[in-house]
Design a protein around this ligand. Structure first.
Ligand code: ATP
Ligand code: MG
Length: 619
C-alpha cells in the first residue's frame, strides 16, 4: 500500500532549521547552472560592469565562474552579501516599487551558497587589494584581482543529490547557460560578454550598437527575415524586430521580450504578439521576435515571480494593445515598401495618385464587400476597374501561353511596350508575362523574374479590402429563427451584459435567459452555417480576457478571412494579361500583401544574377 496515502500521526509544529529554509528558498531561484549564470550576470550588470566573463566547466554543473569589472564590494560587506535578505539595492517599499536594478531581494547569493560551494573575491575602487570569502568556512583572505568581483560556484546541488539528478547532460546545461548570457547580451549591447567552456572561448560579444548586437547574437538570418518594430505612446515605448511570418518555425526559438532591460516570459505580451500575427500566421508556427519595452518603473511590478521572469503591469490592456499594434504595424508593410528596403526606387513616391483612382479603389472594395455572400467574387472583380495604363487602349488579347511561349519573350516585350507607351512607372512587382501551371503568374521587373502564387495573393488582396470595408460598419446580423441557448458560466453572463454593444457590432445578439443561460438570437450573416454557440462562447472569452476592441477585431478578421478564401480566384482559372497586371498593382498597394492569410509568401523574386547563375553565364 502506498505510504503517502496512509493517515499520518500528527507531529508538533516546529520552526525549520535555517539551512533547510535556505535550501527550500533556493529551490525557487536556482533550478540549474543557467540560473546561477543569470543571477551572477544580473549582479555584475547592477555593479556597472563593462566587461563580463563567464567560465563554465562541465556545462556549468562542475563550476560557474563570473568575473566583472564593476564597482566591487568592500571587504567589510562581503559576508553580508551572502546573507539572505541583505541587499544594497533597495531600502524601502517605495524603492521596491520603483526598482531599476536587476536584483532587489538580497536572495541570489544566499540561495546559490545553500546549494553549491561558493567563493567570492572582490575589490572596490579604494581597496589596496582584493579579498576572498569562502562561503562554507567563512574564511576571509587577501586575494589578487583588479577592481571588480569574481564569484566561483562549484558542484551545484552537491548536498541535494535528488535535485542534481534532474540536471540534463553537460551539453544541454551548457546550451541553457549560453542562452542565459545571450538574453543579457541582447539587452545590454554596451557591455562586452565572453563565455568560456572547459577552457575554450565559445562566445565573445564586444560592446557595440544595439543593431550590431542583434546581428552578432541572433545572426544575419534573423535580421533579414524580420522587420523593425517601433512604437512610442508616451508612457510606453516598444522597440525591436518582428520576424516575417514566412520565416516562422515549428519551434519557439528566438522569442525575446524585455521589460526595462529585464528578460521576461510574459503571457500577456506573448498573447499580444500572437494576436498581431494571427492575421498572417495560422496554425502552430512560431514567429521569431525581439521586443524591448520601456515603461515607467511604477507602472510595472517585477516582484511577482521567484526567478523574476514574470512581471505584472498596472494597465495590462494598454500594454497588450500597444504590443499588438506595434507588431502589426511592423508586419503591415506592403510589397512596394519591401522593395524600398532592398534599395529599389518606390514608384509610388512620385507617381501621381489621382483622387479618381482612390475613389475607384474604394468603390471596388465596397463592391467586393457587398458581394461577399456570392460564391464568385471574380465576376465582380475590382481588378477590371483598376485605373491601369492598359485600360486606355484596346484590352490585350487573351493570352493563355505556357512557359515555352513566354521564353520567346515577345509577349513580355509587348506588355512592357504597352505600359511604356502610356508612361507607366517601373513597378516593384513588374509586368506580367505569363501564367503557368494554372496557379502562378510570371512577371518581369528591373531585378529579374517575379513569381506570384495567384490564389494566395488574391486572397490577401480581397481580405484586406474586406477588412477596410468591414471596419467602417457593423457586420450584418442575421436573426436566428430559433435562438440557440447554452449553459453559461458566471463570467460569460457578466461579459454578455457588459459587452452587449461589442457583440452587436459583430452581428451577435447574446442575451440572458435566466440566471445561468444565454441565448444567441442573431449571428453574422456571412457565417450563416457556423456553430453559433461555439462562436459566441469564443467571442465572449476573448472579450472577457482582452481589450474589447482587440477581441472584436480578431473575431471580425476571422470571419473576413474565411470569406476571402471563398472569394479569391481559384487555381486553374485562366487570367488575361491585364488581369494579371491589375493583381500585381493591387498587391503593391495592399498592406501585408507579401504573405497570404496563412503566412505563406505570395510572391518571390528570382534575380537576374540567380538566373545567370542557373545557366553558368558570366563564368
Ligand atoms: N558582482 C557584484 N558586484 C558588486 N556587488 C555585488 C555583486 N554581486 C553581489 N553584490 C552585492 O551583494 C548583494 C547581494 O547580492 P544578491 O544577488 O544576493 O542580492 P541582490 O542582487 O541584491 O538581489 P536579488 O536576490 O534579487 O539578486 C547585492 O545587493 C550587492 O550589493
Ligand atoms: Mg542579485
Amino acid at each position: 500500500m502506498n505510504a503517502v496515502l496512509q493517515p499520518r500521526t500528527r507531529r508538533p509544529i516546529r520552526e525549520l532549521p535555517g539551512e533547510l529554509i535556505s535550501q527550500i528558498a533556493a529551490g525557487e531561484v536556482i533550478e540549474r547552472p543557467a540560473s546561477v549564470v543569470r543571477e551572477l550576470v544580473d549582479n555584475a550588470l547592477d555593479a556597472g560592469a563593462r566587461e563580463i566573463v563567464v567560465r563554465l566547466v562541465g556545462g556549468g554543473i562542475r563550476s560557474v565562474v563570473v568575473e566583472d569589472d564593476g564597482h566591487g564590494i568592500p571587504a567589510g560587506e562581503l559576508a553580508l552579501a551572502l546573507r539572505r535578505h541583505a541587499t544594497s539595492k533597495i531600502a524601502s517599499l517605495a524603492e521596491l516599487e520603483g526598482v531599476a536594478t536587476m536584483g532587489f531581494r538580497g536572495e541570489a547569493l544566499a540561495a546559490i551558497a545553500a546549494v553549491a560551494e561558493l567563493a567570492i573575491s572582490s575589490r572596490s575602487a579604494d581597496a589596496p587589494h582584493a579579498t576572498r570569502l569562502d562561503a562554507r568556512s567563512g574564511e576571509l583572505a587577501p586575494a589578487a584581482r583588479a577592481v571588480g568581483t569574481s564569484v566561483e560556484v562549484r558542484e551545484l546541488f552537491f548536498s541535494t543529490p535528488a535535485r542534481r539528478k534532474f540536471l540534463k547532460t553537460e551539453s544541454t546545461e551548457l546550451a541553457h547557460g549560453v542562452e542565459a548570457v545571450r538574453r543579457h547580451a541582447l539587452a545590454r549591447p554596451d557591455v562586452g560578454f565572453a563565455i568560456w567552456h572547459d577552457g575554450r572561448l565559445v562566445q565573445h560579444w564586444r560592446p557595440c550598437s544595439g543593431t550590431q548586437r542583434v546581428l552578432d547574437v541572433l545572426g544575419a538570418g534573423f535580421v533579414e527575415e524580420s522587420r523593425p518594430v517601433a512604437l512610442d505612446i508616451g508612457v510606453l515605448r516598444i522597440e525591436g524586430r518582428a520576424g516575417l511570418p514566412a520565416a516562422a518555425k515549428a519551434r519557439a526559438d528566438h522569442q525575446y521580450v524585455y521589460v526595462n532591460g529585464r528578460h521576461v516570459r510574459d503571457k500577456l505580451i506573448a498573447h499580444g504578439v500572437r494576436a498581431a500575427y494571427e492575421d498572417v500566421l495560422h496554425g502552430a508556427r512560431q514567429p521569431a521576435y525581439l521586443l524591448q519595452l520601456e515603461i515607467a518603473a511604477e507602472r510595472v511590478d517585477v516582484n511577482v515571480h521567484p526567478a523574476k521572469v514574470e512581471v505584472r503591469f498596472r494597465d495590462a490592456r494598454e500594454v497588450h494593445q500597444a504590443v499588438r499594434r506595434a507588431v502589426e504595424a511592423a508586419l503591415a508593410a506592403s510589397a512596394s515598401s519591401t522593395m524600398a528596403v532592398v534599395g529599389l526606387r518606390d514608384p509610388f513616391a512620385q507617381a501621381p495618385t489621382t483622387s479618381g483612382a482612390d475613389t475607384l479603389a474604394l468603390a471596388a472594395g465596397n463592391a467586393v464587400a457587398a458581394s461577399a455572400d456570392r460564391a464568385d467574387f471574380w465576376s465582380g472583380s475590382p481588378w477590371r476597374q483598376q485605373p491601369i495604363a492598359l485600360r486606355a487602349r484596346e484590352p490585350a488579347p487573351p493570352w493563355h501561353a505556357g512557359i515555352a511561349q513566354a521564353s520567346e519573350g515577345e509577349v513580355a516585350r509587348d506588355a512592357r511596350a504597352d505600359e511604356e507607351d502610356a508612361g507607366a512607372p517601373d513597378f516593384p512587382l513588374g509586368h506580367a508575362v505569363a501564367q503557368i501551371a494554372g496557379a502562378f503568374i510570371l512577371a518581369e521587373n528591373a531585378h529579374g523574374l517575379i513569381v506570384v502564387d495567384m490564389h494566395a495573393a488574391h486572397e490577401r488582396v480581397v481580405y484586406e479590402r474586406l477588412k477596410a470595408a468591414g471596419d467602417a460598419a457593423a457586420l450584418e446580423a442575421q436573426p436566428l429563427l430559433i435562438p440557440a441557448t447554452f449553459a453559461a458560466t458566471a463570467q460569460e453572463m457578466a461579459t454578455a451584459e457588459a459587452c452587449a454593444g461589442e457583440l452587436q457590432a459583430l452581428g451577435l445578439d447574446v442575451t440572458p435567459l435566466g440566471a445561468t443561460t444565454l441565448a444567441v438570437r442573431s449571428q453574422p450573416a456571412a457565417l450563416a452555417s457556423a456553430d453559433v454557440v461555439a462562436l459566441a462562447r469564443s467571442v465572449l472569452g476573448e472579450l472577457a480576457r482582452y481589450d474589447g476592441s482587440a477581441a472584436i477585431e480578431r473575431a471580425r478578421h476571422q470571419l473576413l478571412a474565411s470569406m476571402a478564401c471563398h472569394g479569391a480566384v481559384r487555381a486553374n482559372r485562366r487570367l488575361q494579361l491585364d488581369e494579371m497586371n491589375a493583381l500585381l498593382r493591387d498587391m503593391e498597394r495592399t498592406e501585408r500583401a507579401d504573405q497570404c492569410n496563412h503566412g505563406r509568401p505570395t510572391w518571390r523574386q528570382i534575380t537576374r544574377q540567380e538566373l545567370d547563375a542557373l545557366f553558368w553565364r558570366g563564368r
